[in-house]
Design a protein around this ligand. Structure first.
Ligand code: FAD
Length: 310
């Protein structure tokens, strides 16, 4: 059995593994895809002290940092169930999709999240070529250009306000009759001179020239007319889905499906901690996920030295 078993090998899981291994305790990481979401991006310019890097390069660096320590890395392993310890201080079990069962005195859940896609033609083709999901990450790449934000909830409206300060013009597209964001945000958005709001707008296509994005096509659901706006970037803001389907009913989740953690990364289950995008901790960013991963590992270590095995 492990002392610490980390489920998920993104920035949070990798940081947790390094911190746990440095305590000299038996550490394992089971991950479906080591590196996590950073594999899907190109430029990373906000991990402080690293001026500029690329996603796959950053993911490889995470893995080699973990491999520098005595950590069991179990890559391409998908967890399907968590069974809590049957007695205080007992072993927590993680059942894998391949039938295997891993046991550990403490577990850190860092299975991350995924951006909901709009699923229209052009979205996959122009990902990282104009189609973006994270305004804090990619906003500055569109300085002085025209962009659209899809989604009129809080995250879409926040993104539009944020981007309006950087880019030349923002079009905000909302499917429903009105924006669903908090009134104070909507008022702020409406006060901005370089924003156009389209409601009853159903995105139908992200258009491009074969190399990069050049516009967005949508149906005006009031008139049934198809419209096309020329632009250089589209931010999809229709939800970030935490990867917690497999622990529903076992670990306490928020109404958005995020694992509820306290300031030490502790979940509602003894010996079970969580870190990164999968948790209720706000602002889903690499630097935050790594900090939270380190914190969860230190909390797990603290738990281990205070909790005698039965
Ligand atoms: P993730 O990176 O999501 O990793 C989750 C890990 O869990 C993966 O290893 C996954 O395979 C594994 N996993 C999931 N389910 C299971 C399961 N059931 N069993 C086993 N393993 C499982 N942030 C920035 O700070 N700067 C940027 O420039 C930036 N750009 C981004 C660009 C894009 C396109 C995207 C999508 C995100 C970007 N982000 C950026 C956000 C950043 O990638 C995330 O905040 C960060 O990766 C979160 O780390 P994490 O470890 O919590 O989760």
């Amino acid at each position: 059995a492990y002392d610490v078993l980390i489920v998920g090998g993104g920035p949070a899981g990798a940081a947790a593994a390094v911190y746990a291994a440095r305590k000299g305790i038996r550490t394992g990481v089971a991950a479906e895809r080591f590196g996590g979401q950073v594999n899907d991006t190109l430029a990373i310019e906000n991990f402080v002290s690293v001026m500029e890097t690329e996603g796959p390069k950053f993911a490889a660096a995470l893995e080699s940092h973990v491999r520098a320590y005595d950590v069991d890395i179990m890559n391409l392993q998908r967890a399907k169930k968590l069974v809590p310890a049957s007695e205080p201080g007992g072993l927590v079990s993680i059942e894998l999709e391949n039938g295997g069962v891993l046991k550990s005195r403490s577990v850190i859940l860092s299975t991350g999240a995924r951006w909901r896609n709009v699923n229209v033609p052009g979205e996959q083709e122009y990902k990282n070529k104009g189609v973006a999901y994270c305004p804090h990450c990619d906003g500055p790449l569109f300085k002085g250009k025209r962009v659209a934000v899809i989604g009129g909830g809080n995250s879409g409206v926040e993104a539009a306000i944020d981007l309006a300060g950087i880019v030349k013009h923002v079009s905000l597209l909302e499917f429903g009759e009105q924006l669903r964001a908090d009134a104070v945000l909507v008022a702020k958005l409406k006060s901005l001179p370089n924003v156009t709001i389209y409601t009853m707008a159903q995105t139908t296509e992200l258009t491009g020239d074969g190399n990069k994005l050049n516009g967005i096509r949508f149906t005006d659901r009031t008139t049934n007319e198809s419209k096309h706006v020329e632009l250089e970037g589209v931010f999809v803001q229709i939800g970030l889905v935490p990867n917690t389907e497999w622990i529903k009913g076992t670990v306490e989740l928020s109404k958005h499906g995020e694992i509820v953690v306290d300031a030490k990364g502790q979940t509602n289950l003894p010996g079970v901690f969580a870190a990164g995008d999968v948790t209720t901790v706000p602002y889903k960013q690499i630097i935050i996920a790594t900090g939270e991963g380190a914190k969860a590992a230190l909390s797990a270590f603290d738990y281990l030295i205070r909790t005698p095995a039965p």
